[in-house]
Design a protein around this ligand. Structure first.
Ligand SMILES: Nc1ncnc2c1ncn2[C@@H]1O[C@H](COP(=O)(O)OP(=O)(O)O)[C@@H](O)[C@H]1O
Ligand SMILES: Cc1cn([C@H]2C[C@H](O)[C@@H](COP(=O)(O)O)O2)c(=O)[nH]c1=O
Length: 219
């Protein structure tokens, strides 16, 4: 927003020659941010891996990260519900990634994939820095909503930063229609509860609402 820039600086920017503008472009190479959301089983990780593999095929240097809270199928791999795997860094936070990888190696990374983004509190700061200032292409996959359809972590906060946002759907396990929501099958009420088909199922709107009516305790 222009009102954050003092007027003299705005005038300076507007009077730049094309050569000056090229230099600015080189100082701050332009990155990208792509966000993939949807309920569990919608194919978010599958879409993330598809994109990452295609970037790798085009010769780009990849770093894949997932939250270390997700210990379901493997510790050091991103794994889809149908078993496709990709090696990754399993981390507690994102901002320490550059330091962990090393400045030089980080500089060589072109594309950063992030899975289970709902678990990273520093997602917004990391995406801002990586895409706006470090010129990285960042592809983020995560749940937009929790089992009660509330915002889950900071995933929706990064939508205003994004080049593209894709909301995927699964198949309702009860009727086969498009599923937009994740139903928790247990009575556990904490927001974060790691699990797969043993604890969750994707459902359509009708079965989400009916399921909650059925689950309400009789008083
Ligand atoms: N009810 C369902 N609807 C859609 N896919 C399902 C369902 N149950 C299991 N799957 C499997 O899950 C895969 C998607 O897994 P994944 O990419 O890990 O999803 P997400 O990351 O969104 O949880 C599908 O290709 C399919 O094989
Ligand atoms: C809805 C919901 C999910 N979780 C957990 C369950 C899984 O471990 C992940 C989501 O994995 P997926 O790759 O999208 O299948 O999140 C949770 O902790 N709380 C919830 O409300």
């Amino acid at each position: 927003m222009l009102h954050h820039i003092p007027l003299p600086q705005i005038q300076n920017i507007m009077s730049l020659t094309p050569t000056d503008q090229d230099q600015i472009t080189n100082i701050n190479p332009s990155g990208e941010l792509h966000v993939i959301v949807g309920p569990m089983f919608a194919g978010k990780t599958t879409a993330l891996l598809r994109r990452i593999k295609s970037e790798a095929t085009n010769g780009r240097n990849i770093a894949m990260i997932k939250s270390n809270k997700d210990t379901r199928y493997a510790i050091d791999s991103v794994v889809t519900h149908d078993g496709t795997k990709y090696p990754c860094w399993a981390l507690p936070d994102l901002l320490s990634f550059k330091q962990k990888l090393g400045e030089e190696a980080y500089g060589k990374v072109d594309v950063i994939g992030i899975d289970e983004a709902q678990f990273f509190d520093d997602l917004y700061e990391f995406c801002c820095k990586a895409a706006d200032h470090d010129g990285k292409t960042v592809v983020v996959a995560g749940l937009d909503g929790d089992y009660l359809r509330r915002n889950f972590g900071p995933v929706l906060d990064i939508v205003p930063l994004a080049d593209t946002v894709t909301k995927l759907t699964a198949r309702c396990e009860l009727c086969g229609k498009k599923a937009h929501f994740t139903f928790r099958k247990t009575n556990e009420t904490k927001t974060e509860l790691i699990g797969g088909a043993d604890m969750y199922m994707p459902v359509c709107r009708q079965h989400y609402v009916n399921g909650h009516i059925v689950k309400k305790p009789v008083v």
